[in-house]
Design a protein around this ligand. Sequence first.
Ligand code: ADP
Ligand code: MG
Ligand code: MG
Ligand code: MG
Ligand code: MG
Ligand code: MG
Length: 732
Amino acid sequence: MGLLALGTPLSWDETKPLAEHIRYHGITQFLNTWDRWKDRTGKGLLWGDEIEYMIVSYDDDNRTALLSLRQTEILKKLQSVTLDPKLEQLKPKDCTAIPTFHPEYGRYMIESTPGCPFTGNPKDLISVEADMRFRRKIIRSHLLPHELPLTVTSWPRLGALDDGKLPFTDPETWPDTQKSSSRSQYVGELLTNPHARFPTLTANIRARRGSLVDIRVPLFIDQNTNVPDTEQKHLSNGIPTPAKPLPGTPSIHMDAMAFGMGCCCLQITFQAWNVDEARRVYDALVPVAPIMLALTAASPAFRGYLADVDARWNVIAASVDDRTEEERGLKPLKSDRYSIPKSRYDSVDLYISNDPRNKEKYHDTHVPMDEGVKQRLTEHGVDNHLASHLAHLFIRDPLVQFSETIDQDDQASMDHFENIQSTNWQTIRFKPPPVNSPIGWRVEFRSMEVQMTDYENAAFSIFIVLLTRAILSFDLNFYMPISEVDDNMQRAQQRDAAARNSFHFRRNVFPHDKPRERFDLTSRPVSPPAGQSPTSPTSASIRSESISRVNGTASSSSKPTTPTGSRRNSGDHLRPSGSSQLRSSVSAPPTPRRTGSSASRCSSEDEDIGEEDETAQMTLDEIINGKGDHFPGLMGVVNAYLNSLNVDVGTKCELRRYLDLIKWRSKGRLVTPANWIRKFITTHPDYKHDSVVSQSITYDLAKAVDEIERGVRPCPELLGHNYVGSGPTGCL
Ligand code: ADP
Ligand code: MG
Ligand code: MG
Ligand code: MG
Ligand code: MG
Ligand code: MG
């Protein structure tokens, strides 16, 4: 959750007059970092995940499962355990470092990250699951006997009050519409992390907005669902509704930040060699974000009801929507500066790379900018794309400021910058280097929902890491209009989107200066199937090209030193050839990419495929596994990348285990967590076909999710037949 400095938080009325000061110094701080880092090459790929857990307290006698509000005590314990040398002996041999644990928004939430970042070395990738499992085991081993560490995205009964009869938290908390920071009618103050940052964020969002947040998702309508007379009842078992409820249709209402920020997700952060590479990967991941949201969808129920959506995104976006009525376009602009189309939590609005393929026409939505900020940045020499990105983030006001840190040393702090940056919660985040740290430019992938098992969490993390390597290695082009990415975000949340929906995606992802045929790798598996020679023309051409590029780079004099405290060797052979600093030392023929004029590239591309046809609508299966002869799919490029490396067969097989999960899920042969949870609820004997997720159903669901993770309850429809759980107790 970013900064957790202690201090005296200011109210919204006290923060508002400081907004310009914070923005001004935030930009100064960015520019200082920019000057230090714009030409610097870092240590290349290092990456790590963040996994969020809910601590659930169950009672077998009463068949209840409640959110356990013991975050503070549990974290204290975990922090002391991780300092205890005894833990070193329990560490699986694949894990390099003792993990770290962090607080999150909900008082029932814990976040874990690896103790030191992973490399992109395939040997390192296949240890990711062990690292994740070690973290879960540490947490589990230090919970009370009736507590579970579950990785579910939305807690089905968060905010369900059942007429005041049953709480959903342990201990009980009740709403206080007069005094709580959210003023919610559904959730109490104790649900929120007590650190001053969180209640202040909650209260100041509400105060800035001028009203409680207003979250609505379409209700799943079943035979016996109680629908007000004023609203039409159409059974939802047919066609899924749009992800945002249409006016006058039944919806689930929520009114507090906790409904969104209290969801759990899976995030991945990658370090790039330099700022250009970070910007290139950022752009390429923008269209990938909704695709991965659909594939990981895991939240079919909110506030005790089944929703007609499968994913959390619109809920979390609305849960922190601090825009005033003027900014939301409900009133003419008078005291506010901008009309703002999106919440602070939403999908990316601008591509940021200077790649000539990043064309103006892809920016086809209204994106307000702080022109003063933009001018300062451009006058300092920051290019238009990056200046626009920052000027857009900086239309927002700071939400939490401590009185002790209003004046900062802009050479030694990034706090004012982070104040705005870290409360712009976009699908992808461009992270500048922290001050006084060897950490370089990074990109964070933020759209995915957390999965119930670490096998799945590892699979999605590995897939995204390999995809970034393929993007860089083959110089792939995923650009498409932002409006279509936004449309995909909505499609991704609809019920059963993974199996039913189609999504816009770019048809020709290959750089124009390389003939498409050379990448014709549709459905090519990692290891060639029997009868196919590994030196068949297509795979050989891509392999020899990549190996020579990669080898040439790795043996160059600019080879980076292994960072201290990092794992094994840092996978130098994975160093991509994209960065301009490295190109001169690459022994393979240099690729003409970006040296040719953008104009010639544009015109030939437009001749090649008409503008109308740059994107097509494809199923998830097609986007992942490929379509026809020309679109290899995201898995196709990942496979091609793996084929280009010198990876031993054993490691490839291990990686295959993870990649297969994504392949089969995108084909619909394995279901999403949302689909599985929905079915568990609707087929539960206590379910009354009224859309209500009762306490007893939630209890059985929590137990089942835990048993699946430990491997004591088979779940082949979700995980396939080879899943091995963390054992009968799941403890260390
Ligand atoms: P956030 O600000 O998004 O909450 P966290 O600190 O919780 O960030 O997590 C950041 C992730 O980035 C962790 O998984 C960590 O292992 C990883 N990480 C740490 N150092 C680097 C680095 N130099 N490059 C890339 N990732 C890193
Ligand atoms: Mg988090
Ligand atoms: Mg974090
Ligand atoms: Mg953090
Ligand atoms: Mg994060
Ligand atoms: Mg199109």
